[in-house]
Design a protein around this ligand. Structure first.
Ligand SMILES: [Zn+2]
Length: 465
């Protein structure tokens, strides 16, 4: 339920805060970007002896991910989703899976760093390769109890093949709530919002006869739908860029659109694990995805966002950029797709670092929201000399790297068509500005405090009743 009073109190406190200096925060989130994904990407993009831009960042730390059950007891859950972790990054509060900046158990709305920044006179922006209504971007500017409530038609009776997945009844405007995620983004005070998800802006707003996109325009957003419009948008407008119906197409794909595949044991091996043989999937190369042609890259969107947020701005800004499909492609067991998204994240980081060269009061943090399924495994078991067929029970991709070697990537979290997240720590990287603020080991919620303090959004905001 939308707790208007609490949110307004927090926003007013943010507004009244004394800003020490005009500072900027650029938070880059690699969704699902754990050390397996980073190692896989390094091997492919830079070679086994090469270095990613991430590897040369002055600061590296480990982030502990916390999740709780949806109750007031806050019993731990050991594997997160993007909704609860983005909520933690955006608000500093640990919550339950599926929630978008609402509290576990109480459903209280939690003020986000983008909202606090806007209320204090700073600019704020979000860039993503997902739909802008997807969990990670949504958690920075919307408040609903369930991440699937992405547009006005998806507030009630949300189901997958007839299986009910929940609803957002209490978030309906008719119930005194703020409406769906798309409606909240349209009504937000963000200065720039770029990504996919146009299909969520075409339904009519709840209780009105205009579309969500028209509501966004009425709230001062200029809408753009392609690269040319993005580059020619008026300089003084607030910008909403929607470049695909849903998630933006990824840069790389497996040849013939292959994903990881199962090893095939012979009949004899099925009778006894020490007998017979096993055939592994054929090797595959990564190739360009033709669907991505003409779609703005994360780098292009970030460049525009930085220009919009920094131009004639004496107060500073908060910008979140998400490389979303490291995660989404890992769910589908598509390592080439994840590698291409890692490359996009590297390009965004280069853009952010170049920006910070000229704007020294810029804190750059790069982290993941949670770990993912992909594992870098041997191509050929280390037990192969035992002369028995040893193979992964998961799905395996054997990728030919530009160095001509074969890299094994394994997915084995479940027997379902979509892999699960995993619960390990994730890495955090920062520029030299981050070195003074970030310890070697940190809880995810502390990153909110660091960003809020860096932007001068003090005093402490009491988020809970
Ligand atoms: Zn995911």
């Amino acid at each position: 339920m939308f707790r208007f009073k609490t949110l307004m109190l927090a926003l007013i406190l943010g507004l009244c805060s004394n800003m020490l200096h005009a500072a900027n925060v650029i938070l880059i989130i690699g969704d699902g970007m754990d050390d397996h994904q980073i190692s896989i990407a390094r091997n492919y993009l830079k070679g086994a002896q090469g270095r990613l831009l991430l590897d040369d960042m002055p600061l590296r730390a480990a982030v502990q991910i916390l999740t709780v059950e949806d109750s007031t007891e806050h019993k731990p859950v050991y594997v997160a989703d993007s909704a609860n972790t983005a909520t933690t990054l955006a608000t500093g509060v640990v919550t339950s899976r599926g929630r978008i900046s609402t509290a576990a158990g109480s459903d209280e709305d939690l003020p986000t760093i983008a909202e606090l920044a806007s209320a204090a006179g700073l600019r704020s922006g979000i860039v993503t390769s997902a739909s802008v209504t997807d969990a990670t971007p949504a958690a920075f500017a919307a408040h609903v109890s369930l991440r699937l409530c992405e547009n006005p038609n998806k507030m009630l009776d949300i189901n997958y093949r007839g299986i009910p997945l929940g609803n957002c009844k209490q978030d309906l405007k008719a119930a005194g709530g703020p409406g769906s995620i798309a409606e909240q983004l349209a009504a937000s005070s963000l200065d720039i919002l770029l990504g996919g998800g146009s299909k969520h802006f075409s339904p009519e707003i709840e209780g009105g006869n205009i579309s969500v996109a028209e509501a966004a325009q009425a709230n001062g957003f200029t809408l753009v739908h392609n690269l040319e419009q993005l580059h020619n948008a008026p300089a003084d407008a607030r910008l909403l860029g929607l470049f695909a119906p849903g998630t933006l197409p990824v840069r790389l794909q497996g040849e013939g659109q292959r994903s990881a595949e199962a090893a095939k044991p012979s009949l004899l091996n099925r009778l006894h694990p020490y007998l017979g043989s096993v055939s592994y999937p054929d090797v595959m190369r990564c190739e360009a995805n033709p669907q991505a042609e003409g779609i703005p890259t994360l780098k292009a969107m970030t460049e525009v966002a930085l220009e919009y947020l920094s131009r004639d701005n004496p107060t500073g800004f908060f910008l979140m950029v998400e490389s979303a499909s490291i995660d989404k492609q890992a769910h589908e067991r598509k390592p080439c797709g994840s590698i291409g998204e890692m490359e996009q994240l590297e390009e965004v980081l280069a853009t952010a670092m170049a920006f910070a060269e000229n704007q020294p009061d810029t804190l750059i943090l790069v982290t993941a929201d949670h770990a993912q399924a992909a594992q870098l495994v041997p191509d050929g078991s280390m037990y192969k000399d035992y002369n028995i067929p040893v193979y992964s029970p998961g799905m395996v991709a054997r990728i030919v790297t530009p160095e001509g070697a074969i890299m094994g990537v394994n997915y084995a979290t479940n027997n379902y068509p979509y892999e699960e997240h995993t619960g390990a720590n994730v890495p955090l990287f920062g520029n030299s500005e981050a070195q003074a603020y970030v310890p070697a080991f940190i809880q995810q919620s502390d990153l909110f405090n660091i960003m809020r303090d860096y932007l001068g959004l003090k005093p402490e905001v009491e988020l809970r009743d």
